[in-house]
Design a protein around this ligand. Sequence first.
Ligand SMILES: [Zn+2]
Length: 401
Amino acid sequence: MEPNLLKSIQSTVESSKEELANLLQRLIRIRSYSGEEKEIVEHILDTMQYYGFDEQYSDGLGNAVGRIGDGPVTILYDAHIDTVQVTDEESWVYPPFEGRIVDGTIYGRGAVDEKSAMAGFLMAGKVLKALHPEGGLPFSIYMVGSVMEEDCDGYPLRHLIEQEGLRPDYVLLGEPTDLRVFRGQRGRMEMEIITTGKSAHGAHNRQGINAIYKMNPLVRAIEKLDRCLAAVQPLGRGSITVSDIRSRGPSLCSVPDHCRIHIDRRLTVGETREIALAQLEEIVQKNGGDAMITVPEFAGTSWKTTKFSQEAYFPTWIMEEEHPLVQAGLETARMVLGRKARSGFWSFSTNGVATAGRHDLPTIGFAPGKEELAHSSREEIVLSDLIKATEFYALFPFVLT
Ligand SMILES: [Zn+2]
């Protein structure tokens, strides 16, 4: 690494800090709910072109993809650019799509989750181009603004890997880490159980078999299972929650012949799809054995009208602290922050379920912002943290390679 690299990155980012804040402001002002990302994708691609990226395009799903460098080591930087909706505008202190800056902090939907990372990536791309105008970088960075993540975490990067053939050596996620290096998360899955009975008139109820009564012991057993799930470090315990229940019969004056529950399952270290299903199978067998268990499919349509579906299973993943990618992340963070950096884990789910969980690609995360503010009316980013993250994004590939 060139001796003055950190200094020149820091001075370039510092002199562009107003532009960086404007970049984020613009991204916040473009509303981009899942499935409605066309305008923000076009804006990002225009910005990449303006900053002299080597290539920029939207892929078949609709992700914004830009490349800098053509060296042999490929690194994927991912920031999903869709956001959850604003349903409580009255509880926001500042208008959610204004991107207002007050005392060095920027407010708005997506500020934390996770448009700040995208703004940082774009500015880092500009800095890399300024440092190496002739090219010759030892790496290729693909900067991705992924779509539909809030609806189906992982799918946008699965698309990029499985349909578009991009297989990076390393992945960096821009989900909020509050400037720590995150290296894993609990997984999750959804399951459904259906019980079937026999309908009958309510006045002759004993001629029927009530599907709700058949479900009742299963619900109790699931509640009990949740209390028995043990903590496994470093991710803690998994969980199981019955999140919905529906029944169906000929009328409200009849014995229902159909009952369905929806289950949210969080998966810790060592808990896989098969283990979670086997636990439910055991509960079903102990209670008559004729209920049906399924893993639902998520089906969606992107802004490019590309249809997709995937099973609602998002595997747990974890990277060892000693892994060279984690170590490069910690070293880069130490350099830009000027202090020892810490590692950690997300509580929520990220696109890492696809890169690390399904495809075994080394993955970490680094970004400004507090995870607990995501999806809330209190999303805010301290601009000096965004500056630090941007320096990280520009420096990291040199430390890694
Ligand atoms: Zn996110």
